[in-house]
Design a protein around this ligand. Structure first.
Ligand code: P61
Length: 458
C-alpha cells in the first residue's frame, strides 16, 4: 500500500475548482486544437502542467507582502532576501531577477563568449537557450543511468565526471568558462544529485580554474534526497546539507517559482566580486536596479521567507511523500512511470503505456489529451511534440528516445484526495489504453512547437 503522510498545514483560504462534464471537455479540447496550453485554467480541474509559480504561499509570506517597501533603491526587503541567501547559500553577492531565465541570461552574458562550451548534468531548456544565445555550446553529461526509465540508481541526476574531464581535455579549459549542475535534474525526471558527485565535479574543475554554478531551482528537494539516501547524511539537517552543497559552488541561478515557494521571482548569486560587477551592469540594463531586479519589494519579501520555509523538514517529508504516493499508486496498478519518482513530478512513460502507437502518432500527446477528457486533468507532454526534429535533407523525423508525460505537483496546493482522484483517472485510462488512437498535426509552428501546435484525432 502507498504510504500516506498527512498535510503539515491547515487551509484558511480556498479557491473553488470545478469539474466540467465529459461533453464540455470534448468541445473545449476541439476548440483548443487538442493542445492543453490553449485550454483556460478555469476549465481544468487538477492542473499538473507545472510546479513552477503555482505554489500556495504561507500566511507568513502573505503577511510579508504587506511589509513590502517599494522604494526604488535599497528597500528593506532586499536586505531580508540577502539574509536568507547568505544563511542558506552562503554567497556574498546576489542580484534579484524576475525569474530563473533572467538570472541565466545575465550570467551567461557576463561569463560566456562565442565558441565556449558549458557542460551540465542536463541543461534545462531555458538554460540551454541562454547558453546558445551567448554563442556557446551547451553539453549534457548526465550519468548513463539518468537516461534509463527503470534504473533505480539513488542519484540519477549525477554528472558523469569522467566525461567532464574528457570534455575539458578535448576543448581546452580556456573554452569552458563555467560548468553547471541542475539540482534536482528537471529534464531528467526531477532526479537528485549526490553531495559526493557535487564534490567530485568541483574537484575536477578546480585545477583548471573553472567555476561551478548550480541551477538551484529545486535545491530544497535535493537536500531531502541526500538526507534520505546518501551514506553519512541521515543525521544532518536539510539546512546543513544545503550549506554543504553550496560551499562547493562558486555561484547559483535560482527560479524562486519552485523551491522559493513564490509565484514570481528569482536571483543570481556568486562569490566573485568581478562577476557581480559585470552582471550588475547587465541587470540594470535588462531587469532593474541591483536591489530589486524587476521585482516589487513585496515579491522580494515573499521569496526571502519562502526560501527558508522550503527547507522545513516537515514540509519536505510531505512534499516528496505526495509525489511518491502518487507514483506508488500508479506502480501498484502497473501504470508505467519513470522510476524512482523524482522530487516534483511523476513522469508517465508513454511508449510503454501505449505500445500500439508509433511515435509518429504522438503517444505522449494522446495521453495528455485523454487525461483531460477522462478527468479534467492537465499534464504536459515531454516527448515528440516538444523534441522531435525534422531532418532538413531527408524531410523525415528524428524522434526523441523518451516519450514522457509529466504530472508536476504544485507545492502545498492539492490534497491527498486530489492525488487519489488523479491516480483513479489514470488507472481507468490505463485499463482502456488499447482503445486510444493517435493524433496528427493540423498546425505546426516552426519552433517551440509544443506551446502553439494544433492537432486532430486520427
Ligand atoms: C517547469 F515548459 N521550469 O519545470 P523560470 N531551471 C530549471 C527549471 O525547471 C526552470 C528554469 C530553470 C519550468 C517552467 C518552464 O519551456 C518551459 O523561472 C531546472 O521559469 O524562468 C523552469 O525558470 C527557468 C516550463 C519554463 C517550460 C520553460 O515547468
Amino acid at each position: 500500500m502507498a504510504q500516506l503522510i498527512p498535510e503539515p498545514y491547515r487551509i484558511k483560504s480556498v479557491e473553488p475548482i470545478r469539474l466540467t462534464t465529459p461533453e464540455e471537455r470534448k468541445t473545449i479540447l476541439a476548440a483548443a486544437g487538442y493542445n492543453l496550453f490553449s485550454v483556460r485554467s478555469e476549465d481544468v480541474y487538477i492542473d499538473l502542467l507545472t510546479d513552477s509559480g503555482t505554489s500556495a504561499m504561507s500566511d507568513a509570506q502573505w503577511a510579508g507582502l504587506m511589509g513590502g517597501d517599494e522604494a526604488y533603491a535599497c528597500c528593506r526587503n532586499y536586505y531580508s532576501l540577502q539574509e536568507s541567501i547568505s544563511d542558506i547559500f552562503g554567497f556574498p553577492y546576489f542580484l534579484p531577477t524576475h525569474q530563473g531565465r533572467a538570472a541565466e541570461k545575465v550570467l551567461f552574458a557576463a561569463m560566456v563568449k562565442p565558441g565556449d562550451v558549458v557542460p551540465s548534468n542536463t541543461h534545462f531548456d531555458t538554460t540551454r537557450a541562454n547558453v546558445e544565445a551567448a554563442g556557446a555550446q551547451a553539453v549534457d553529461l548526465v550519468i548513463a543511468e539518468g537516461l534509463q526509465p527503470t534504473s533505480h540508481h539513488p542519484f540519477k541526476g549525477n554528472m558523469d565526471v569522467e566525461r567532464l574531464l574528457q570534455l575539458i581535455e578535448q576543448v581546452g579549459a580556456q573554452r569552458v568558462p563555467l560548468a553547471m549542475l541542475t539540482i534536482t535534474n528537471n529534464s531528467g525526471g526531477g532526479q537528485p544529485v549526490s553531495l559526493a558527485n557535487i564534490r567530485a565535479v568541483k574537484e575536477a574543475l578546480a585545477p583548471h580554474g573553472i567555476p561551478l554554478f548550480i541551477d538551484a531551482c529545486r535545491y530544497a528537494e535535493n537536500t531531502y534526497f541526500i538526507q534520505q539516501r546518501e551514506p553519512g547524511y541521515s543525521g544532518k539537517t536539510t539546512w546543513e546539507i544545503a550549506r554543504e552543497i553550496f560551499s562547493h559552488a562558486d555561484g547559483c541561478t535560482m527560479s524562486g517559482k519552485k523551491d522559493g515557494l513564490v509565484n514570481i521571482g528569482g536571483f543570481l548569486a556568486m562569490n566573485s566580486q568581478k562577476v557581480y560587477q559585470r552582471a550588475s551592469q547587465l541587470l540594470i540594463l535588462w531587469e532593474g536596479f541591483v536591489t530589486y531586479g524587476g521585482l516589487a519589494g513585496r515579491d522580494l519579501e515573499a521569496m526571502a521567507r519562502g526560501l527558508r520555509e522550503a527547507l522545513d523538514e516537515r514540509y519536505l517529508v510531505h512534499r516528496i511523500g505526495q509525489v511518491r504516493y502518487l507514483a506508488e499508486r500508479l506502480l501498484e496498478a502497473g501504470v508505467p512511470i519513470v522510476e524512482p519518482p523524482g522530487g516534483h513530478a511523476v513522469y508517465l512513460d508513454a511508449r510503454r503505456f501505449l505500445p500500439h502507437l508509433p511515435q509518429a502518432e504522438l503517444p505522449g500527446q494522446v495521453l495528455v489529451v485523454h487525461l483531460y477528457l477522462q478527468g479534467g486533468i492537465r499534464a504536459v507532454e515531454i516527448g515528440s511534440v516538444m523534441f522531435a526534429r525534422k531532418d532538413e535533407t531527408t524531410g523525415g523525423w528524428k524522434y526523441p528516445e523518451l516519450e514522457l508525460v509529466r504530472l508536476a505537483i504544485p507545492r502545498r496546493v492539492y490534497t491527498q484526495t486530489h492525488l487519489d482522484y488523479v491516480a483513479d483517472v489514470l488507472i481507468e485510462l490505463y485499463e482502456k489504453r488499447e482503445q486510444l488512437h493517435g493524433l496528427r498535426y493540423t498546425y505546426e509552428p516552426p519552433f517551440l512547437r509544443h506551446f502553439t501546435a494544433r492537432f486532430e484525432p486520427l
